[in-house]
Every structure is written in structure tokens, then in C-alpha cells.
Write a new protein. Sequence first.
Length: 247
Amino acid sequence: MHSVLVYHTISSPPQPLPGDIDIPAERFEQQLRWLSRWRRIAKLPETLRAPESDRLVAITFDDGFRDNLTVALPLLERFEMPITLFVTAGFVGREGYLSPEELREISRHPLVTIGAHGFWHRHFTRLPLLDARRELIESRRLLSHLTGTTVDFMAWPYGECDAHLEQLSEECGYRASWSVWKGNNARHSRWRVPLGCRDNMGRFIAKVSGAYFPIKFIERKLNQVRGRDESFQDTGTVGGEVASSWK
Ligand SMILES: [Zn+2]
């Protein structure tokens, strides 16, 4: 199957961020070098159309961190790899995140596609339907306004979605939406592979090469046997999509 990778921030904070979402630039570069040698990197929409046997890799970034522009993009340019940035609309202009001008700049880059990631990075499965709808519509509207482009892809904050939300995303005009591993890997819950600071090269290669979902499946089954609610694994913090041994 295709692998859609999830990155957040390419940085080296003194302590790992909640959810281990930070990756140092040197390691990111090492990963891109491996990908350039062993995989075909595609634009995200191509993974919706191409047969799974093509085993494409698409790169996505969640939340809209500023270092996506200042650190990640120059490296991606070197390897000529396209990315999709799922931007949390309400975070634009906050410290550490893209400013409106920076978002406009990066959205015009030929390698970059902008998608939405909610307005306030809420837990959608806990939101009343009306609020969920407002988040989906307003985030899209603001990002379209700031970038001057159509925004028709979306990634669920924390990867959280269900059948009702998938339907809602369709109704709100999105062409496709991505979770992490929740949902059914359908049009509005496409699975992605999360990467973080605990992924050394061996883990990275295993995750990119299709080991992630089978291992995630076994983990879920084990948790069900133990009677543990999977939702506890979420860190509850921005960007901490899934915090388990394989994230
Ligand atoms: Zn996020």
C-alpha cells in the first residue's frame, strides 16, 4: 500500500515535545536521502488515484510550524520532494507557527499544497456536530483567504474521526481527509504513518515499508484484550497524534 508520512516540526528542542513530534534537521535529511534512493515520492492526491501496488510515498506536515518553511522546505527542495501542509487555521501567526505572510509564501511554492487541520485543533469526536461543522468550514475559509488558493484536503487533529465526521467532511466540501490510523482508511479517514524523534533509521524504514499498520493492528487487538480504552493513548496535546510505542 502507499505510505503517507506525517511530520510536525523539524527542530531539536532541549526536551522532546509532547507526542515526540520533533525531528532534528540532520535526521530528517537522512530520511529524505533514503526516500530519494528507495521510494517514489508523489503528491498527496496521487495516492488517492494510483493503485496500491505502486507503493507511493507522500509527505505531509501537520499543525503549520514555522520551521516547515525555514528548515524543512530547503531540504525538500534539494531532493525535489512535494509536501502537503495541514495547517491549523487558528494557529497562524502564533509564536513558533507560520505567520500569515509566511503561509502565503509557502503556499505559492510549487512543491507545496495547503490543506486544513481544523480551526483550533480540537478533539472532533468530542465536539457537538454544529461546532465540528463550523471548525471544518471556517478553517477552510480562512486558509483559502490567506493563501488565495482552494483548500480541499483536510487532516483530522489527533487523527480522530468517525463515520459521522467523515460524512460531515464530505458535506463541507473536502475532497479527501486523512486520519492517522483511526477510521476505516476510507475517503475521509485515510491512514498515515506518524514519525517522531524516537524513529531511528531502522524504525523509519520499517514504518515507511508497510510495517506500521500491521503492528498498530496487533497493538489495538492487545489493548482490546486487556480492556484498555485506546483513547487514553492520545497525549491530549497539540500534535501528539498517537502516543504508543509506534506512535
Ligand atoms: Zn495536529
